[in-house]
Design a protein around this ligand. Structure first.
Ligand code: HEM
Length: 488
């Protein structure tokens, strides 16, 4: 036994080495030289950014139509000569987001309108599609993927781990993506009876930890986020973490805005975001190590075909905990914050309030009654109108012709193509009165919130449907049910 510990340490490795690995995908536009140029020209880039973020015509110029636009920078390999315009464009996106009150859905609606209100608009380094039909078609296909997030090349390995599931292209039974997805199910989301038993324990654990929590207490997002963090960690790894550990894990939700910044923006803010995210990843691994849970990840790593095994194994743990944190804790917190607010006829912090119509329910009591009649439908409809995950980044598998601003253009294979779930979920061709909050709508399961039509009979047609969809609904329901008991 005395010899086992060093052996584990050797196979497990050091998270610092993983986080401090060599940076990938550095292009002329995000080198330190380009950042210095930015600082020297800051007043002008900022001014252009402010105009671009406020005026649709100038936004199109910076993004697509101008001779040095973001689109042209991308198709030319992002060379240095485009840096000035690229930074002006980045500022214009930031200004547009601020103008939208930090609400992504509102930003996407403005961008779509700025590009003529048709199928496509340009954002970041890629083209975004917006209809339910097109998003659904992509989700049902075997997608190509790259290390990209929000149609921007992701900063790896310090902000995102390069081998994370969402960056892996779809493939057959022997592909890396399929192997990882399968193992996530086997080790964390299906474990025979253990998974169900842990979900069944949630209410007792919540009651013990928060004996008197009421719906109104959940107006404080930190309360919801701590509850969600404890529940998710418990179901996947079997430990009810302490309050301090839960406070660390809530960082997966509270730092959400930092994940979306590309390398150039991270450098622009002196890597303050990078440092926070590295600390969050390291502290999350620290919790796994404190409870001695390394063996689960070591076993999982050993069960992978040799070509996919991570060296050291802590790399795999970091990748898995990243998805559990980012999608699991972040997504489920957003979902539960929305549901608890809606039940009180309130709106959560990130919400395009002008797009939500509560007219079917004239009181909080009516809302609660509707929730009790069908909690799962209520949760799904809340997430349809205010999706926790607003879009995902796929990659064009072949040269593709699209119509942009009235002209036909051919986009090259390999370009990022985002599918905008939040807009697809409001497509009037599919959802009658899309802004109306109505958990009884007959085609509710057509909402693409969980990366596929969750609950439809053809669910298995969506190869990348979120593997945590049932868990997220169970956790949200357990928390809301507990708060409703104390509120009565
Ligand atoms: C309301 C909560 C959640 C929502 C709305 C949500 C939604 C999504 C979406 C849209 C994707 C696709 C992302 C992409 O491909 O870029 C995704 C992927 C994923 N989610 Fe969730 N998720 C939630 C909760 C969870 C939970 C609780 C877990 C597990 C603990 C989880 C695990 C995953 C994993 C592993 C993937 C990657 C699947 C793949 O790439 O094949 N999610 N989720």
């Amino acid at each position: 036994m005395a010899e086992a510990a060093p052996l584990i340490d050797q196979r497990w490795g050091s998270i610092d080495e993983v986080l401090d690995g060599p940076l990938e995908d550095i292009v002329p536009n995000n080198t330190w030289c380009a950042i210095i140029l930015l600082w020297l020209t800051l007043p002008l880039t900022l001014l252009l950014g402010i105009i671009g973020g406020s005026c649709a015509c100038f936004f199109r110029l910076l993004g697509w139509t101008g001779c040095c636009s973001a689109y042209k920078s991308v198709i030319n390999g992002q060379p240095c000569r485009y840096s000035f315009c690229w930074f002006s464009y980045l500022f214009s996106m930031l200004v547009a987001l601020l103008k939208s009150g930090g609400v992504r859905l509102r930003l996407f609606m403005w961008e779509k309108k700025s590009f003529g209100g048709k199928e496509y608009f340009w954002h970041g380094e890629g083209v975004w599609c917006t209809s339910w039909a097109r998003c659904d078609e992509i989700m049902r296909s075997m997608q190509d993927r790259k290390k990209a997030f929000g149609s921007l090349t992701a900063p790896v390995p310090d902000v995102f781990p390069p081998g994370i599931a969402i960056f892996l292209p779809c493939g057959g039974n022997d592909s890396e993506w399929w192997v990882i997805r399968n193992l996530i199910h086997t080790y964390f989301l299906e474990m025979a009876l253990q998974y169900n038993a842990r979900v069944a324990d949630l209410d007792a654990n919540l009651q013990q930890n928060w004996p008197n929590v009421k719906l109104v207490d959940m107006d404080t997002p930190a309360v919801v986020q701590q509850m969600v963090s404890k529940c998710i960690f418990y179901v996947v790894l079997g430990k009810w973490v302490t309050d301090d550990e839960a406070a660390i894990l809530t960082g997966w939700r509270t730092n959400a805005s930092l994940f979306v910044f590309p390398r150039a923006t991270q450098r622009m803010i002196f890597n303050l975001g990078v440092k926070k995210i590295k600390k969050l990843r390291k502290d999350t691994i620290g919790i796994v190590e404190k409870y001695g849970l390394q063996e689960i990840f070591l076993q999982m790593n050993d069960s992978m075909p040799p070509q996919y095994r991570r060296v050291p194994a802590v790399k795999l743990c970091d990748e898995i905990m990243y998805v559990f944190g980012f999608a699991g804790i972040g997504g489920t917190s957003a979902c539960t914050e929305t549901v608890s607010a809606f039940l009180q006829l309130k709106l959560p912090k990130e919400c395009a309030k002008e797009t939500i119509d509560f007219s079917k329910y004239d009181s909080a009591a009516a809302m609660v009654e509707c929730y009790k009649a069908n909690p799962v439908a209520y949760i799904k409809e809340s997430c349809r109108v205010n999706p926790p995950v607003t879009s995902a980044t796929s990659v064009l598998k072949e040269d593709t012709r699209i119509e942009m601003l009235g002209e036909e253009v051919t986009l090259s294979k390999g370009m990022y193509r985002q599918y905008t779930l939040s807009l697809a979920n409001r497509d009037p061709e599919v959802f009658e009165e899309p802004g109306l909050f109505n958990p009884q709508r007959p085609n509710l399961s057509k909402a693409l919130t969980w990366n596929g039509a969750f609950g439809m009979t053809n669910e298995e047609d969506y190869p990348r449907i979120c593997p945590g969809r049932n868990l997220s609904v169970s956790v949200c329901k357990a928390i809301i049910d507990r708060a409703l008991v104390s509120s009565e």
